[in-house]
Design a protein around this ligand. Sequence first.
Ligand code: ATP
Ligand code: MG
Length: 426
Amino acid sequence: MSNKSIKAIKGTFDILPSETPLWTHIEEVSRKTFEQYGFEEMRTPVFEATELFVRSIGEVTDIVQKEMYTFTDPGERSLTLRPEGTAPVVRAYLEHRIHVNQPFVKYYYIGPMFRRERPQAGRTRQFHQVGVEAIGSDSPGVDVETIALAYRLFVQLGIDDVSIRLNSVGCKPCKENYSGLLRKFLKPRISELCNDCKQRIDRNVFRVLDCKETACRKVVAEAPSILDSLCKPCSEHFDEVCKLLENIDVPVNIDPRLVRGLDYYTRTVFELNHSALGAKDAVGAGGRYDNLIEEMGGPAKPAIGFAIGLERTIMILKKKGADKVSSDKDKVYLISLGQYAFELNFKLLEKLRRCGINASMDPEPRSTKAQMRAADRIGAAIAIIRGDREIEEGVVMLRDMRKGNEDTIRKDNVIDKLLEKLQGEN
Ligand code: ATP
Ligand code: MG
């Protein structure tokens, strides 16, 4: 066996304990906010049948063409690590026939996604998303609730300056009409487009609008606006969404060039951006997918959702200096001077934990200095110090690590005293 050390796979990373409080904080704020808006959690497997993603996301999308982690399992089935969360939620919704009893449902998910992209800042191969799906209504109110929720989540996280770009890509006939118009506009200018876009004109013309190359952006700036080719119901739907958003003070910028990379989007699409990320990277995105459920073999159920990338959210928090979260529970550290004190403290340690106190101690008795340092390092609020003298007198010493003062307590009163002190602080 080679003795070369094994490393994490390129594009994946470890979240070490120094970082986990921030991740947990974001996840908790997400859950709380989603639940305030009436969304319930759905958890689906991290791998699915490959055709689920091919059929839902669309064969000519970047994800399906080049980003999926697809493998054949020993049973000769083609499986894929989920690259996004909508298709699995829709699959579960249909598989469990939820639509039969519940005409309208709202779900959220939190978890890792996988895409084989070129790793760079804000772009990894395993990344994490929180997202929501509201299934069963095409009311503009649901679009507004969903966009307001995305906005609220960032505000709750201390990011009150996300900008929201909003557009409507219309229903299927609107999309087809506009594709034709856009092709007609782009064909005479094909020489000015990047190589990818030259191909996109025929295969996935919407993506030209989205291309990040300067040359393509210049061409696209003059393209006809999709908002001018919406049918009456789509146009009214979009107007209503804009009006309701204004009513509840959710700031949006209408951007008729905004399209999303996934095939299934219809009508409302939106993207969340922040100046801390490069102009081309969004922190979250979403939109309606009114035909997807029917196309997946289910009933005609309009739906809307969004997904937010946690790595990019963390990048924003760090840039803003808002990434410090304090642990929500104070810790106690037991310090033993000598073997006997160590044994008594070990017994007390378990008692404290049974009372719900976060307590720890050295795995073996070391020097007092080393133990004090350990208490400091974990950020203990209180140290319980016990040596021969304390044992003889039936007491322990409580040291307030923040104020630096000490108190001698009868050993039978330790738990009461600790609870009182810790509660007083929280
Ligand atoms: P991009 O254009 O940046 O590739 P996308 O359109 O592929 O984004 P979505 O599928 O809409 O992204 O995913 C929603 C969010 O998930 C993104 O805004 C981003 O925050 C995050 N995300 C997507 N891909 C990655 C990745 N490879 N690494 C980290 N985060 C990602
Ligand atoms: Mg992408």
